[in-house]
Unconditional design. Structure first.
Length: 482
């Protein structure tokens, strides 16, 4: 939903959720919703899955009497029937299909299956019905990891939230051939958002994901204990506030922007809980913006933030490059630069599960090595970084991409190294803890694995001193259709 809807409180405090909300949240009659009052007065409704005692006994029971096994096709048909009946999104259906396949192979216990199905938002009764009369295939003992694992032949799958200039190190590693140098074939897909990108890793359809690290933290808090961040892709709060109306005055003072510039105006941002939405609320808190400074939020899909301003539906938008630069070429102007307020900030990270790091060490080393080379390459040959960016965004004016890329390099939005900066991690965690996106702050020691990134950094050293010159550019990610 792009716009909030208004509902009325009736007798006994009853509220009817609008149909679009119920469909989007996959809510049915009898489902349970958690209600929480936030510190700022916001009322948060969150669907929760509840198992009654009989269901829990059925799902989690160990050593129960054996039941006739269903065939793989039978279980798949149950899952597909569930998707049809509840009108689940296509992405949820695919994730459930992959989950069933892993369960049938014996890769998951019943408990692990239930946990991941709950993460997908499935009702407990549906999960119970899906599993009734089934037992997973016995898992074979995993082979001992080889002492020296050969470079993997299967493709390494990386799911990005969306196609973004802020992910340029990923594209350089692909387009310039650093992944190929390390013996890995990488397939990059666009998931459509941070939640979807991380869900691909959870469902086993991707090995790594690129997005705001908050999605990894939330997964950890929801029971995915091996969720981990292994690298930095964007290390700055690369957000610009743009407006078309000359009456919206530009400022470099965050207090003025958060208490006066946005007051009474409609501001278009990414959907909650992404960084644009979160940062604007955080600024208003820091500078004690009162009711007179309130604004109307308009949440739109990632990458489309300038469109409502250009269409006259919003007064201000928050946008990343190159969308911000494209919008300025169409007549919008900068009214505030968020990077002038924040220092290092882990905006986008490379995430995976600890099993990938531990069970595929050669693959993991290859991926991190290629990305470390890409980070150094972008700062060693900035003109080549611009060329890669221009090829990745062929539909955008090359001069617009050039200015956007140079700004990302000059302000260190694109990190010079892949290792996660502790201060940048802390800034992201503090912000998301404030807005309530995460339950508590988690230190980098809990959720960041920098071991391989630091090893590669020490091993490679300063590549700028050994590179003779730029490398040829192969087929870009955007053209490759990944």
């Amino acid at each position: 939903m792009d716009r909030p809807e208004t509902v009325h409180i009736r007798s006994n405090g009853q509220v009817t959720l609008p149909m679009p909300v119920r469909r989007a949240a996959e809510l049915q009659e009898g489902d349970v919703v958690e209600v929480a009052l936030q510190d700022d007065g916001t009322i948060l409704l969150r669907p929760v899955a509840v198992l009654d005692r009989l269901q829990a006994d059925l799902v989690y029971r160990v050593g129960a009497r054996s039941e006739p096994d269903l065939t793989e096709d039978d279980i798949r048909e149950r899952a597909r029937g569930l998707v049809r009946r509840r009108r689940l999104p296509v992405t949820t259906g695919r994730a459930l299909d992959a989950l069933v396949e892993r369960y049938q192979r014996g890769d998951l216990t019943q408990r692990a299956f239930v946990s991941e199905a709950l993460m997908l938002g499935l009702p407990s009764a549906s999960i119970t019905a899906l599993l009734a009369g089934t037992e997973p295939a016995p898992a074979e003992a995993p082979p001992a990891p080889p002492v020296a694992e050969e470079a993997p032949q299967a493709p390494v799958r990386i799911a990005q939230a969306y196609h973004s200039l802020l992910y340029l190190p990923l594209y350089i590693a692909h387009d310039v051939g650093f992944f190929a140098d390390e013996g890995v074939r990488v397939e990059i897909t666009t998931a459509g958002g941070g939640t979807e990108a991380w869900s691909a890793v959870e469902a086993g359809v991707a090995d790594y994901s690129v997005h705001d690290p908050v999605f990894t933290v939330r997964a950890f808090e929801q029971g995915i204990e091996d969720a981990v961040v292994v690298g930095s892709i964007c290390n700055g709060q690369a957000i610009l506030a743009l407006a078309a109306d000359p009456a919206v005055e530009a400022t470099d003072d965050p207090r003025v922007f958060s208490t006066r510039t946005v007051a009474g105006r409609t501001v278009a941002t990414q959907p909650q809980p992404d960084s644009q939405w979160a940062l604007l609320r955080y600024l208003q808190f820091l500078y004690q913006a009162g009711p007179k400074s309130s604004y109307r939020g308009l949440q739109v899909p990632i990458g489309t933030e300038p469109a409502p301003v250009l269409a006259g539906q919003a007064d201000i938008c928050l946008a990343f490059p190159p969308q911000a630069d494209v919008a300025m070429s169409q007549g919008l102007r900068e009214v505030f630069d968020f990077s002038s307020f924040l220092g290092p900030y882990l905006l986008s990270a490379l995430a995976t599960r600890r099993g990938t790091v531990q069970n595929k060490p050669a693959q993991h080393k290859a991926v991190i090595t290629a990305l470390e080379k890409a980070c150094q390459y972008a700062h060693s040959f900035p003109d080549e970084a611009v060329r890669v960016a221009q090829l990745e965004f062929p539909g955008v004016d090359p001069k617009v991409i050039e200015s956007a890329t140079w700004r990302c390099l000059q302000r260190n939005f694109l990190p010079p190294h892949i290792a996660v900066d502790r201060e940048a991690w802390q800034e992201n965690g503090v912000l998301n803890r404030f807005v309530g996106t995460i339950q508590q702050y988690h230190s980098s020691a809990e959720l960041v694995d920098n071991e391989m990134s630091l090893h590669v950094y020490r091993t490679l050293g300063n590549l700028r001193l050994v590179w003779d010159g730029p490398r040829p550019i192969a087929k870009p990610v955007a053209v490759a259709g990944a």
